[in-house]
Ligand binder design. Structure first.
Ligand code: SPV
Ligand code: MG
Length: 291
């Protein structure tokens, strides 16, 4: 099945599904091997992996380059966190064209202004896009896609920006009508009050995606009861690896020896396996002249 079709079916199925964050070819491969149905190419963690902030400091073509490695390394669909679409409708539709060329299954755009700010940073710096303008962007993206199963998820930032339920619903409905395939409703609260209120009023109109980073203590069964379609574990590979790298680097700096480190890190052979080193060895036998 095409990656686009798999992602579309995952989002549209009545079952609650999960995708997980990756930020390069290796982490994408790790997500696939863990058994996830799809990969969230997170703007936050791709930026972080490049050592820059989640404020569109990495250019959209730099993000595309990372995506190409992620896509080549995996066979499950990738949903790109496309921030605001990197400009107006014209930039966003060109993005769709370039994503399809790289076999990316879908993109999520958020209704903020370029350059965006991460949703968990200071709400004063989170102005929202004009609804009409954003709907034009959605339409342009949907009109551009060549593969009918390519997915455009629209992310409603009304709660993040301090607006209430009414504004969140107004925006979600406008985006649905403009042709969005699903709505991502985002909240930075540590409880699920906003998500619950939204789901009650939304009443199953269209698939809903959430990112429970801040309300992590909510049991997954509750999300299921609310009728959520897709959960994104949005940054946990990056956070796990930062923690592991900091511990290892500090320990090596302190102890000036590998003795206590070796058993706590992945083996070199494990890296070879993930890189598919064996495939190259077999190909060398096949294609290099026999001695
Ligand atoms: C990301 O992963 O880049 C996201 C999700 O946009 S969040 O950081 O929760 O805004
Ligand atoms: Mg993001």
């Amino acid at each position: 099945m095409k990656k686009t079709t798999t992602l579309k079916e995952t989002i549209y199925s009545k079952n609650l599904d999960f995708i997980m964050e990756a930020h390069n070819g290796m982490s994408a491969k790790i997500v696939e091997e863990a058994g996830f149905k799809g990969i969230w190419a997170s703007g936050f963690t791709i930026s972080a992996s490049l050592g820059v902030r989640d404020n569109n400091e990495a250019s959209w073509t730099q993000v595309l380059d990372v995506l190409e490695f992620m896509s080549d390394a995996t066979s499950i669909p990738i949903l790109l966190d496309g921030d605001t679409g990197y400009g107006n409708f014209n930039n966003a539709r060109r993005l769709v064209q370039k994503l399809e060329q790289r076999n990316i299954a879908g993109v999520c755009i958020e209704d903020k202004l370029f350059p965006k700010t991460n949703s968990f940073i200071n709400s004063k710096a989170q102005p929202l896009a004009d609804v009409e303008e954003f709907c034009g962007k959605i339409k342009a993206m949907k009109d551009t896609q060549q593969d009918e199963d390519f997915i455009v998820v629209t992310r409603v930032e009304a709660f993040i920006a301090g607006w209430g339920l009414k504004e969140a619903l107004r925006r979600a409905e406008a985006y649905r009508q403009a042709g969005a395939d699903a709505v991502l409703i985002h909240s930075k609260r540590s409880d699920i009050k906003e998500i619950e209120a939204f789901m009650k009023e939304w009443n199953g109109r269209h698939p809903v995606v959430i990112v429970p980073t801040k309300y992590y203590s909510t049991p997954t069964a509750r999300f299921k009861e609310l009728g959520i379609n897709l959960i994104i574990w949005a940054n946990h590979n990056m956070r796990a690896s930062i923690d592991a790298m900091q511990k290892t680097a500090r320990q090596l700096h302190r102890e000036k020896s590998l003795i206590n480190v070796e058993s706590n890190v992945a083996t070199v052979e494990e890296i070879f396996r993930l890189q598919r080193a064996e495939e190259l060895m077999a190909a060398e036998k096949k294609y290099f002249p026999a001695k």
